[in-house]
Design a protein around this ligand. Structure first.
Ligand code: ADP
Ligand code: ZN
Length: 445
């Protein structure tokens, strides 16, 4: 079902016209209400009357996370403090937390884009939603919660963590839809597997997963273990929270961006030059309709590409590929750019491994090196029949040695640099306990 067909299936030209009108209004709005933007626009020599179409967006200044920090906490607000109905604080994956604010209109928009997202994912009014995103200061829990209610779902506000209780609630309440991070979906999948509860016995049908990068390899594992069709949901607090984009269950090939509200551009990560459809670069988003904290050309740091090709679901909204990583979690190893998600997709090709891993970066002498700690699967571990997987054990057992060498070769061939590999017994790599999971230790920092 399409929640807002009038906007989600708008022909391209009509969408562009709407975006152009909204951008023109936005430029006037921030000029009149946000001193920092008035100053920026003055320096760029652009005013609302210069915006003839959405293409003129490239004339506007870029906004960065540091701008939000410089005006911490409320310096970029476009409305009086009394008009703010809610604030959220981002998790601060990278540095100091960021404060974002919503008017009543923004809160309403937040609910609508999440209702759209859940409908894209396959949810229908009357279904039950197990919402395992964290509630509280983060945008995830409440964003999905109100979106679910708006769509007409029965929302169970579980929040993250306490895996035992989550399993009981899923088993007893029999929800059709689950929302959480992909790493936490994997944690739940593993726990069900451990108890011998198969996908046919689990009531879930649709999973809406996001807040951190993941891969199609992980998707296949989650779908098989939970018996769901999982889709990607993307967002960031600065723009609104979850619901900036979401995959449709029909296509599952790129997330539809709510581009009537959040205009996407892809820019080259170094030169800042605009890139075309299919070209990979940094996603930059402009909030076309937000009231409390409107942002011009916000540099998300997230690496992806866009397509405007038709989608089997009938929506015309542009789509973005799964996020490869963000510029600040890109590892530069001996001059080569490596994203953790690239390593993850190589691991997913090796059947003897579990989906869990850790990446350790260190400087050996003057050279940077990566060591991938890959966890073997339960089945393979049993088959090998060793209690530990120390260096000596791996050296002395040809199955383990083969596996380690095969993985090292695959990593080198696919990613382009040599990496050390260590094998871990099941259960040793970090697991998600509800929120975002950090799998990288960089001892150079
Ligand atoms: P932060 O983590 O910066 O404190 P947020 O909690 O708002 O702020 O998280 C937003 C970031 O999370 C995005 O910029 C992106 O890097 C990551 N993210 C969110 N959803 C996804 C997704 N579906 N795939 C990959 N990364 C995602
Ligand atoms: Zn679609």
């Amino acid at each position: 079902m399409i929640f807002e067909p009038d906007f989600e299936t708008l022909p391209r030209e009509a969408m562009r016209a709407l975006q152009g009108d909204r951008l023109r209004a936005l430029v006037g709005y921030v000029h009149d209400r946000v001193p920092a933007y008035r100053e920026r626009l003055r320096r760029s020599g652009v005013s609302a009357s210069d915006i003839a179409s959405i293409d003129d967006i490239t004339r506007l200044p870029i906004t960065r996370k540091s701008d939000l920090r410089d005006h911490y906490p409320f310096g970029l607000l476009a409305v009086a403090r009394g008009e703010v109905r809610r604030v959220h604080v981002s998790s601060g994956t990278t540095g100091k937390p960021t404060v974002v604010a919503y008017t009543a209109g923004d809160v309403d928009l937040f609910a609508r884009v999440n209702a759209r997202s859940l409908a894209m994912a396959g949810a229908e009014p009357g279904m039950m939603l197990h919402n395992a995103y964290g509630y509280g200061l983060f945008t995830g829990g409440l964003g999905i919660h109100y979106g679910g209610e708006r769509l007409g779902l029965n929302v169970v506000p579980v929040s993250g963590g306490m895996t035992e209780r989550q399993m009981t609630l899923i088993t007893d309440f029999r929800p059709e839809v689950i929302t959480c991070t992909p790493s936490y979906a994997l944690t739940l999948a593993t726990e069900f597997l451990k108890r011998g509860i198969g996908p046919d016995e689990i009531s879930l049908r649709f999973a809406v997963l996001g807040a951190e990068p993941w891969t199609d390899g992980m998707r296949a594992q989650i779908d098989a273990a939970l018996g769901v069709k999982s889709v990607n949901i993307y967002g960031l607090s600065e723009i609104i929270g979850p619901g900036v984009s979401c995959e449709c269950v029909e296509g599952r090939d790129g997330s539809h961006i709510m581009e009537d509200h959040f205009f996407p551009e892809i820019l080259d990560s170094e030169s800042g030059e605009p890139l075309g459809d299919g070209e990979e670069g940094v996603l930059v988003l402009t909030t076309l309709t937000k009231e409390a904290l409107p942002l011009l050309r916000y540099w998300t740091g997230d690496i992806t590409s866009l397509t405007r090709a038709p989608c089997p679901c009938g929506r015309t909204l542009a789509r973005m590929r799964l996020i490869k990583g963000r510029t600040d979690d890109m590892l530069i190893i001996r001059g080569v750019n490596v994203y953790p998600s690239q390593i993850e997709s190589v691991l997913a090709r090796v059947p003897e491994l579990s989906p869990h891993y850790r990446i350790v970066v260190r400087r050996d002498g003057t050279l940077d090196g990566i060591c991938v700690h890959a966890e073997v699967s339960d089945a393979f571990f049993r088959e090998v029949g060793r209690a530990v997987l120390s260096q000596e054990v791996v050296e002395s057992d040809h199955r383990l040695r083969d596996l380690r060498e095969r993985l090292a070769m695959l990593l080198r061939d696919i990613i382009g640099i040599a990496m050390a590999v260590e094998l871990l017994p099941p259960g040793e790599a970090p697991r998600s306990e509800g929120g975002k999971l950090n799998r990288v230790t960089d001892s150079r920092r």
